[in-house]
Design a protein around this ligand. Structure first.
Ligand code: PXG
Ligand code: PLP
Length: 439
């Protein structure tokens, strides 16, 4: 195995990366198969985050490779606007059958960030076309992550992702549901449904006639794996319905298996008006995202009082519904079904829950959360440096052959759906050892 390190690491300005640190300690991944990466030194690394939450079926799946190869040879690209290709219609229909009742129409994008901005634009255009242009304000939530485009950071609730970039869209933010009394909850926490009532205060402050939509992740992912308190999403749904405000679930991480169902909406029993997805839809193999909208919203645009040859929604991307990405997604949905991967997530989730909560009494840990095949650990901050310890632990894990996500004051796991019980114990053990080494 040859050691591969590119000569000029500076030419690539890496995303969400400490570029200066990376240059000192390049972590170059050269191949992947199943639950493992291979790095530039030929070492095997267990993939504790399924890529970036998107490779649940495992890496290098032959079925996806074959579908992508065949499609690129058959139709590599066709114009996304005013012309179609068969796979996008097939895929949209498949997705609609997997979503809660009423969520029936799919608008394709290339990423989660684009899906979020698309969802927000659909919400505003929906009201605008009814002569209610003042219904434009958007409500997100503290600690929410909705990608990095201007719409997404406006509703996003992670400060450093917003404030360096200046003025954003008119938005407001619900409080986080991460409460002190919920620490070490297993699955959905007991407390916090009442935090949804902050929406009522925003309605009295801004007026429902000036609010387009509320957007939340059913389970906050990047903010640290924060499952919704029992009754919280139901309460948001009730308030939105009562005040004619659209409810958007950002399911970029939660859709297509991670929660043990096809969507967080299904698992938590609350149906939004609009839902975003990305990531797991193509098992990470091709960039693809999308927005699923309720029947009535789509119908509204189809019955606009405009000539039929005119475009109903002035929005779309060059690569919307890219044929090769659609082929990858159809193969991914086949795999989820044939390999019973959603059932696997359900079966493995209690094993992850027990293993991760087993770390509770270790020094430096101040909270542990989990749902489905996702888990988050909060570490006590080193003086003045809240992000230091998670970074140190993740680097120790990497040295031991485990890729663990770190961000802010948390460590996060998003295990592959094909993970084994032994692998769960191995990665949780590696975290425990790494914690001991930095204490
Ligand atoms: N919404 C949500 C809820 C997300 O989790 C996005 C939108 C944006 O998707 P794109 O495809 O534009 O990145 C995301 C993405 C992590 C991590 O490790 C999470 C995301 C992306 C990268 C890393 O927590 N979430
Ligand atoms: N910028 C320019 C100059 C363009 O021509 C286009 C698309 O035609 C875009 C940005 C948007 O690119 P995309 O459709 O890939 O999002």
């Amino acid at each position: 195995m040859t050691t591969f390190v590119p000569e000029n690491l500076d030419a690539h300005w890496m995303p969400f990366t400490a570029n200066r640190e990376f240059r000192q300690n390049p972590r170059i991944i050269t191949s992947a198969s199943g639950c493992f990466y291979r790095d530039q030194h030929g070492r095997e690394i267990f993939d504790g985050l399924s890529g970036l939450w998107n490779c649940g079926a495992g890496h290098g799946r032959e079925e996806i490779t074959a579908a992508v190869s065949q499609q690129i040879a058959t139709l590599d690209y066709s114009p996304a606007f005013q012309f179609g290709h068969p796979l996008s219609f097939e895929l949209a229909s498949r997705i609609a059958t997997l979503m809660p009742d009423g969520l029936e129409h799919v608008f394709f994008t290339c990423s989660g960030s684009e899906a979020v901005d698309t969802a927000l634009k659909i919400a505003r255009a929906f009201w605008h076309s009814q002569g209610k242009a003042s219904k434009a304000r958007l409500i997100g939530r503290i600690k929410g992550y909705h990608g990095v485009n201007f719409g997404g950071i406006s509703v996003g609730g992670i400060g450093p992702n917003r404030y360096p970039f200046g003025e954003t869209l008119q938005a407001d933010h619900l409080p986080s549901t991460q409460l002190e009394q919920n620490r070490y909850s297993r699955g959905q926490p007991q407390h916090g449904a009442h935090t949804a009532d902050a929406l009522l205060e925003m309605i009295s402050l801004h007026g429902a006639e000036n609010i387009a939509a509320v957007i939340v992740e059913p389970m906050a992912g990047s903010g640290g794996v924060i499952p919704p308190p029992i009754g919280y999403l139901q309460r948001l749904r009730e308030i939105c319905s009562a005040h004619d405000i659209l409810l958007i679930f950002d399911e970029v991480i939660t859709a297509f298996g991670r929660m043990g169902g096809y969507s967080g909406a299904e698992v938590f029993g609350v149906t939004p008006d609009i839902m975003t997805f990305a990531k797991q839809i193509s098992n990470g193999s091709q960039p693809l995202g999308g927005v699923v909208v309720q029947r009535d919203i789509y119908q509204h645009f189809m019955y606009l009082d405009t000539p039929e040859y005119l475009v109903e929604l002035m929005h779309g991307y060059t690569y919307s519904a890219h044929p090769v990405a659609c082929a990858a997604a159809l193969a991914t949905l086949d795999l989820l079904q044939q390999d019973l991967l959603i059932e696997r997530v359900q079966n493995m989730a209690p094993i992850l829950e027990d293993a991760i909560h087993g770390l509770r009494d270790l020094p430096l840990i101040s909270d542990i959360r989990n749902f489905g095949l996702a888990a988050g650990l909060t570490l006590e901050a080193a003086p003045g440096e809240p992000a230091l310890r998670p970074f140190q632990v993740a680097m120790k894990c990497w040295e031991k052959g485990f890729y663990v996500r770190y961000g802010g004051d948390t460590l996060q796991l998003g295990l592959p759906f094909i993970v084994t019980e032994q692998q769960i114990h191995d990665i949780v053990g590696a975290i425990a050892e790494s914690l001991a080494e930095i204490t």
